[in-house]
Design a protein around this ligand. Sequence first.
Ligand SMILES: CC(C)(COP(=O)(O)OP(=O)(O)OC[C@H]1O[C@@H](n2cnc3c(N)ncnc32)[C@H](O)[C@@H]1OP(=O)(O)O)[C@@H](O)C(=O)NCCC(=O)NCCS
Length: 150
Amino acid sequence: MTAPVIRDAGPADRDDWLRLWQGYLEFYGTALDDAVTAMTWNRIIDPVSAVFTRLALVDDTVAGFATCILHPRTWAVEPACYLEDLFVDPARRGSGIGRALIDDLIAIGRRDGWTNLYWHTNADNAQARRLYDSYNKADGFVRYRLPLQK
Ligand SMILES: CC(C)(COP(=O)(O)OP(=O)(O)OC[C@H]1O[C@@H](n2cnc3c(N)ncnc32)[C@H](O)[C@@H]1OP(=O)(O)O)[C@@H](O)C(=O)NCCC(=O)NCCS
């Protein structure tokens, strides 16, 4: 397979992103209000927002995305990058697209001086963890999460 082209998502990518986004929500067995999806997309394409998305294209077709939030830290002057959503078209998995998306973020982070790139995953997401374990060991932190809305 030719190496994917990785680039920022822009306004013209909405329909391609939406197709993958719906697949991502299905993967997690969830659904979101259309208003939430619309807001997320607007944040992605807003250059002032801390949310950004990198798209992976294979043969000019959008095949995966990584959506991140760049945020300030209390322990460093430079920001850290939280990789919130990573998804590859099921028909394209296992061909290096997920790795290319993470490698791209690492390259941007090194260039721009982020202190680190980090993410969470379910402990039993074996396919994702095979990829993640090739970068580093999980750091042992345990997440506590308190739902605050009924
Ligand atoms: C996790 C995910 C993004 C990986 O994307 P991908 O493009 O399939 O990953 P890659 O092809 O870059 O695979 C990287 C590694 O993962 C492993 N891997 C991925 N798919 C595999 C498969 N079908 N069979 C065996 N190993 C596989 C391999 O170890 C591979 O290592 P290699 O690069 O040395 O060959 C993709 O599986 C996905 O979208 N999953 C559903 C959503 C999800 O779980 N997102 C992450 C939530 S935190």
